[in-house]
Every structure is written in C-alpha cells, then in structure tokens.
Ligand binder design. Structure first.
Ligand code: GCB
Length: 595
C-alpha cells in the first residue's frame, strides 16, 4: 500500500476515534439549564515540549515514601483565569503556541435521577479532558462548544479536572498555518457543570416559517428515543400552549398560527419568552420571529427589501489585547457597531461567544456567522473536511434559534478547485442538515477588472451554490484604481444579491496629511479610500450590503511594520484605544443616509 493511502486511512481512523469520544450532541440553550460554573482561577503548567501526557501528569500524583518523586505539580505554580486566553495573562505567554495544562478541583451535587455534563463554551484549539485521572473526551476546533457526560465519573467531593490544551498550528487544522489574527490559546469561554434529568430536552428549533408572517414551526427532541412522552411548548404572551406526544425517535413537530405576533426587526427587536417542558425537564429562553428570504437580487426581511449596513469584528478587546468572553465585552463591541448605524454584524472569522450572539439579537443586529475556512485550508484532506463539517454543525446547533442569524458563511477567500468546491458543498450540506432556512453565503475574492469591457467581473462558478454572494475587494489598498471610482462599473453575480463583505485600508490613529498617498498610513488617506469606495458602490446594481473591514484595529502576526503596525492590523475604523478615525464618520454618514 502506498504511503499516501496509508496516511489517508490513518487520518480517517483518527477522525472516527475523535468523533467517537465526543459524539454527544451539544445541548441547545446551555444558559437556560441548571448548572454550576467552573470558571475562576485554575492551576496551570506550561508544557512547551508536550511532555505532560507521556508523564501522565493528569494523575496528579504526590510522592509517597522517601524514594518517590514527580517532576510536576499543579500546586504553587502559574494560575490562569478561565475563561480567558492565556496570551494576555502573562508576558511570557504573549506569543506562546504549544501545550498548557489547566487543572482545578470541584465538588458536584450528585442526585439520583439526574445526569451531569461538563460543558466547554470553547477551548482553543484542541484539548483532551481528564477527570479523576481518566481521559474522558477530546475536542478540536477553537470556537464551538462541546460537552461530555460525567454522571458516572464524577464524585460528590474533590474531583480533579485537568484539561490539556494546545494551540499549535497544523496544516490539517481550521484555520490552518497562518491567518490574519492572533492565535489566542486557552480555555477561552465558560466552563459549566450542567445537571439534567435522566431523559431531558436536548434540542429544539422554534422559528417563524420562512415565508409566512404568522406561522411558527417548532421541533423538540429528547435526549433518548422515548416514545409517547408529553412535551409542552408555550409562548405565554401569544397565548400559545400545546402538549404533544413524542414519536419513536423522542421527537415532536408542530406549528402554530398567531395573528397577533409582532415580528423581530433591527428597529424593534421584539423577543418572546418560550418555555419547553416535559419528562421532568423545563428549559426557557427568549426567541424572536422574523422572515428572511431572497428573491432575484433582493434580500427581504419581513417582506421588505433590506440593505445590509454591516461591520465585522474579531472576538477581541483591543485595549486588553485579549479575547472577548463576557457579556460586558459583547456590549463594548456591539455598542460601537450600534453607534455606527449598522444592522448586521459579520462575526469574523469564526463563531464568537454566545454572549455576543444573544446580545446582538437583543440590540437589533442581524448576524453572519462562519467557521474559520480562511485561505490556506487543505481542501484535499478528508479529515479536515470532516472536522469542518462538525464545526459547522456545532455552530448551527448552538445558534439556530437566534432569529438574528441571517447567514451561515462557509468560506473566506478560497480559490476555485474541484477539491474546494466539494469541501464547501459538504459544509453547506452540513448546515442544511439542521437548518434549511438561513441564507448561505461565502466571501469570495476573485473580482478582477476586465480591461476590454471596462467593468469589474468575477469568475467563480461556485457562486451558484450561494443565496447571497459576498466579495472582499480592497480597492485603493491592495488594488490600485484602474479608472476613476465614479466610472467603476460592476457586473458581478448579477441575478443574485451582492454584499461587499470587506473593503478598507490601514491608518494609524492620529496620523494626518498625504490624503492621496497610500503609504502615508494616515487617517486622511483612509478617508480618501472610503470616499472612493462609497462612490464606486453607486455603480454596483445588485449591491445589497457593505461591510467595511473592520470595526477595531486588531492584533495580527501578519503585520510587521514597526511604527505603523507593530503587530496590529490598522484597518480599524476605531483604533486599538477606542478612538474613532476619520473614516468612521464617513461610514456613519453613509449608513445614516440609507433608509
Ligand atoms: C482579508 C481577510 C481578512 C484580513 C484582511 C486584511 O481579505 O479576509 O481576514 O484581515 O483581508 O486586512 O488584509
């Protein structure tokens, strides 16, 4: 057998093993469950050469007798905050890529008839979990949640939980070897011990029919295939209450008509309390209802054409040089987007924490969410494809009840090839296996100026798979203007709505002058670039949205200029210290002018 074939088989086998250990479907609405937080200070060991697993440090042994010794101890060493990235917590961890062990002790209230799950909002990038000396699960992917059942393994008192985390970049990962943002490592989101009844409400999907303003579709799934169990769905404000019996799969499916329903919109983000109960379980949360579809070149929200006044941000608080992880962080990012007059956030370039997603919905933002299929992905690798599919499912499972979720994004700047197309189709199929209602998009990067026709065109046949075509185009920055912006006509993806998902250029806050010199890094040149692009947008007939890149300056190892960048991508409309640049005001004026 050829080495190549052997490698492929090994990869598929390792992938099966991987999915086996973490086969559980994540619980929907985790914050609506009975839980105990395991956030706080954890003990930590930096393990640069990845020696810990071989030395079984998760056993946390202590010397017994005079001749015994262990070359590790979780006590009296480094302590790290959970949730948070590790890079922002100690100077020597700023650039750290490798393994860090986290550990803590906890007590658990064990109750008969109850099950316990360890839930991780996200661990970047891959991890193995050990409870009381046993490996109980592993996960790959830095931006999606997972859980592991621990009912049998957990003790009432003094459990020892160890998590081996690695953010080492590898060619088969998503994202892969290089990407234009900081490779933050660590347990970056909440850790919870969740308690459920023996049979519990695992999942539900409650939303407005794609096209009908008064028809709510609801599906509920129990954790076991329990038939004939009573499940009740209630929306008290709409006087909706229905009890149904589960089928052999432990599922119920129904619809309600409500003529009094007020639809969610960015102007009026109305949410309803929804309660799902049955089998001794009860979960509640708020859900909004809206219609979203595409017809011809238009996107319709609640039956009216809508223009996406969008902005992107990374899951980063620039002032802290660290990952955002709390509701307060979400508020900081979203309120700046609100001030700009946006109605859509592109969560770049990966699913961000649930606080951000939920607060965005409350504040009236539509959302574009994507997994980090960012340039450089090994599309030929089947294991990579499986991983991406799993990440897409984890994202859709978590956020499918958020009516703000408008787009599932499947790629950012990928080059056409048979392997790429198959990979992206697989991702679309994975999203649609759970949710067929959201619009599918991808940020393409192939717009070129056709000198003969004197128009901008794009040749990427994959766009036929997309509901809305998005394009990143850096006119005036990576690309010089081939003609005056007011003469720049576009013939791209006609027949479909088009969003400019990225445009912009870098400026160091406070630098002025040289309004026509790209290399000035001045706010004035950035403003010129914005003026020119806004002029060009008038000549894109199917333009249905714009998203400047990006709201805040962000950290990136791509950015090597010592004075102008110093490890920061300076394309922010707002500086790393929170100051608005001149281009911010132009964008604000543009968005305010669109009704
Ligand atoms: C892009 C990428 C984005 C980068 C940006 C840039 O096209 O999608 O992740 O940060 O360009 O600043 O170059």
């Amino acid at each position: 057998m050829k080495l190549h074939t052997l490698t492929t088989i090994a990869l598929i086998l390792s992938c099966l093993f991987f999915s086996d250990l973490s086969a559980q479907q994540t619980l929907v609405n985790i914050y609506g469950r009975k839980m105990q937080s395991l956030n706080g200070k954890w003990d930590a060991i930096i393990d640069l050469y990845a020696q810990g697993r071989g030395n079984k440090i998760y056993l946390n042994k202590k010397p017994e007798g005079k001749t015994d010794f262990y070359e590790y101890s979780f006590e009296n060493g480094l302590r790290l905050n959970v949730p948070s990235d590790w890079n922002s917590q100690a100077p020597e961890l700023k650039y750290y890529e490798g393994t860090i062990w986290y550990a803590r002790r906890f007590d658990a209230a064990k109750e008969t008839g109850k099950r316990l799950f360890l839930y991780f909002g996200a661990v970047s990038y891959r991890c193995r979990i050990y409870l009381n000396g046993q490996e109980i699960g592993q996960h790959e992917g830095g931006f999606t949640p997972f859980q592991i059942e621990v009912t049998k393994d957990v003790k009432e008192k003094d459990n020892f939980l160890a998590v081996e985390v690695s953010n080492t970049r590898t060619t088969d990962a998503i994202p892969a070897m290089s990407f234009d943002w900081w490779n933050y490592g660590g347990i970056t989101r909440d850790v919870l011990l969740v308690s459920t009844p023996n049979v519990f409400i695992e999942d539900y999907f409650i939303q407005l029919d794609k096209y009908k303003a008064d028809k709510i579709d609801a599906r509920v799934k129990l954790s076991e295939k329990t038939a004939n169990a009573a499940v009740t769905i209630e929306i008290p404000e709409l006087k909706i209450r229905q009890t149904l019996k589960t089928d052999q799969n432990g599922e119920v499916k129904t619809s309600f008509i409500s003529r009094k329903l007020e639809r969610w919109s960015p102007q009026s983000p109305k949410l309803y309390k929804v309660i799902v109960s049955g089998v001794n379980d009860k979960v509640e949360e708020t859900i909004g209802f809206r219609n979203l579809w595409v017809k011809g070149e238009d996107i319709y929200l609640n039956d009216k054409p809508v223009f996406m006044k969008a902005i992107s941000f990374h899951e980063e608080i620039p002032q802290r040089k660290g990952r955002a992880f709390s509701e307060a962080d979400a508020y900081m990012l979203l309120s700046e987007a609100k001030a700009l007059g946006c109605n859509l956030i592109r969560l770049a370039h990966y699913p961000q924490n649930e606080y951000t997603v939920r607060l965005a919905e409350k504040m009236g933002f539509l959302l574009w969410e994507e997994i980090p299929v960012w340039q450089g992905i090994d599309f030929k690798n089947e294991a990579t494809r499986e991983k991406a599919g799993k990440m897409a499912r984890e994202m859709v499972i978590r956020d499918k009840n958020r009516c703000s979720l408008a787009f599932w994004g499947v790629a950012n700047e990928t080059q056409p090839s048979e392997a790429r197309d198959a990979f992206l189709k697989y991702l679309i199929a994975n999203c649609k296996s759970i949710d067929t209602t959201r619009l599918i998009t991808a940020a393409c990067d192939l717009v070129r100026f056709d000198r003969e026709r004197q128009v901008f065109t794009m040749n990427d046949p994959f766009i036929k798979e997309l509901d809305v075509v998005a394009v990143n185009k850096y006119m005036g920055w990576y690309h010089q203007w081939p003609l005056a912006p007011d003469k720049a006509k576009w013939d791209v993806a006609r027949g479909k709505p088009l969003i400019i998902s990225e445009f912009g250029g870098e400026a160091l806050y406070g630098k002025t002058g040289d309004a026509d010199v790209v290399s000035s890094w001045s706010e004035d040149y950035q403003a010129t670039l914005y003026r020119d692009n806004l002029e060009m947008f008038k000549h894109i007939p199917n333009l249905r949205g714009t998203a400047p890149w990006i709201l805040f300056d962000f950290r990136s190892p791509f950015r090597l200029h010592p004075t102008n960048q110093d490890g920061w991508n300076r394309k922010g409309l707002v500086s790393d210290q929170g100051q608005r640049k001149k281009a911010w005001y132009l964008m604000k004026e543009y968005y305010d002018s669109i009704k």
